[in-house]
Design a protein around this ligand. Structure first.
Ligand SMILES: [Zn+2]
Length: 457
């Protein structure tokens, strides 16, 4: 529902005024589009006030930043369509205790909405999974600043590592009955944009940020002024912003999966990529979408995307999945939890490995998204293990017999998903017993059949 003018009551009470909170005028994020708020119309009367407020409080905006642009009344929420203009959108709540009519408002299905498993079907049957191997890799890895060189001249490129992990994971998931799409299957960008096509947008972005005459280029990754150069901004607009927006389009319009698995490897600051600093630190964390800041919510498109996630109920399934996947990943990798130094992420749920953070990918993909960040690539042992590639069995790394690091990554995901869907689908004892009997012959490569127990998380 669209309301062209700010209701008098709001003007009178001074609510939703922006002067004192330092919002910038109605910004849209780079390469973003002005949101079409009527896309929330199908969600009218679908969410109760209690659900709406608790999602904002617990997931999306724990510090109450949302109050600058959203006002909640007994029957509805009034939301600013544009942060700097008095045009609001009104979202009516479902009354407490009332039921909504069955409506198909989203393309993804929660575990409880999947078809019941039939005898003989493996546990992920019917589940549609998109795997998003983070970054681009290959010839783009250096530009992405996701690449460093070891003493022997070999290169570690995050985008190549995530693609290899995805290629190992896909047949394992398919053997368990899932339908799997890779969002990219080579070290090539999905977007047709390139840095040279984004020069003027990059310059405009910098000028709007107060850099009247930004330098056109930078000399090297050690050049401190590169962050304010047109070249660096155009490259970032290409490999991050345009690329993730293209992936979002592919996921939301074509693949339409039930869940997206975003695969990444973490890193600590490595300095010069030709002589990287190798570290002792190694850790794991998983991300769900949430924790929007005041500055982020001042952007009209970010505010819209957050509300679209909220009314679709994406956060509930996302957190439940993360809570099952985190302990399985921790067990498979043996890694301790990461501790975020800043406030751009905050703990989510009750597992120390799970954090909420607002990233472009987990905001734009309109279904539950789990973001994996295991292993520090420039850890002394991890770097060596990464170079060993994929293999079965164990091999000697620094006097220790180690499994393939990619296999540990993939098996953690498999075990977590099996635990979750086994627990959630076919809840009856007979159903679970039947599944357990079927598993031996159906489990995929990786020998995960011995780990499909129903033990609680
Ligand atoms: Zn990454």
């Amino acid at each position: 529902m669209r309301i062209p003018f700010l209701p008098k009551t709001l003007v009178a009470t001074g609510l939703l005024t922006l002067g004192c909170i330092g919002l910038q005028a109605g910004e849209i994020t780079p390469l973003g589009k002005k949101p079409r708020w009527q896309k929330l119309d199908p969600f009218q009367g679908q969410v109760t006030r209690g659900e709406f407020e608790s999602a904002l409080r617990e997931v999306y905006s724990a510090d109450s930043s949302w109050k600058s642009t959203i006002k909640v009344d007994a029957a509805s929420a009034t939301i600013r369509e544009m942060a700097d203009k008095e045009v609001t959108y009104e979202l009516e709540f479902l009354r407490e205790g009332e039921q909504t009519a069955e409506r198909n408002l989203k393309f993804w299905r929660a575990a409880t909405e999947l078809p019941e498993l039939q005898p003989g079907q493996p546990v992920l049957s019917g589940l549609k999974i998109a795997i998003d191997p983070g970054h681009i890799g290959g010839e783009w890895a250096k530009m992405e600043e996701r690449c460093f060189q070891l003493d022997d001249g070999s290169e570690i490129k995050e985008g190549d590592l995530t693609l290899l992990t995805a290629q190992i994971l896909k047949p394992m998931l398919e053997a368990l009955g899932a339908r799997v799409n890779l969002v990219r299957d080579s070290a090539a960008p999905l977007t047709t944009q390139r840095p040279r096509l984004l020069q003027s947008r990059a310059k405009l972005f910098l000028v709007n940020k107060g850099f009247a005459n930004p330098p056109p280029t930078y000399s090297s990754s050690a050049d401190k002024s590169r962050f304010i150069s047109i070249q660096w901004q155009a490259e970032k607009l290409f490999y991050r912003t345009a690329e993730i927006r293209s992936r979002a389009e592919k996921i939301n319009l074509f693949i339409k999966p039930d869940i997206v698995l975003c695969l990444h490897f973490n890193a600590e600051a490595w300095g010069d990529s030709d002589q990287p600093k190798l570290v002792e630190a190694n850790h794991l964390h998983l991300l769900v979408n949430g924790n929007y800041s005041l500055g982020e919510l001042a952007h009209d498109d970010i505010r819209f995307e957050m509300l679209h996630r909220l009314v679709s109920g994406t956060h509930k399934e996302e957190l439940a999945l993360a809570m099952a996947l985190a302990p399985a990943m921790a067990k498979s990798t043996g890694l301790p939890p990461y501790v975020y130094p800043g406030d751009n992420a905050r703990p989510a749920g009750t597992n120390p490995y799970v954090f909420s953070r607002n990233l472009l990918a987990n905001r734009l993909y309109r279904c539950p998204v789990i973001y994996f960040e295991p292993f520090v690539m420039n850890n002394k042992i991890v770097a060596k293990r990464l170079m060993k590639g994929y293999f079965t069995g164990r091999t000697l790394v620094e006097d220790r017999l180690e499994k393939s690091i990619y296999r540990e990554y993939a098996e953690g995901i498999i075990k977590g998903l099996v635990e979750y869907y086994l627990k959630t689908r076919n809840q009856t004892e007979t159903g679970v017993g039947r599944l357990q009997n079927d598993r031996g012959s159906k489990a995929g490569r990786g020998g995960q059949s011995s780990n499909l127990s129903r033990s609680p998380q």
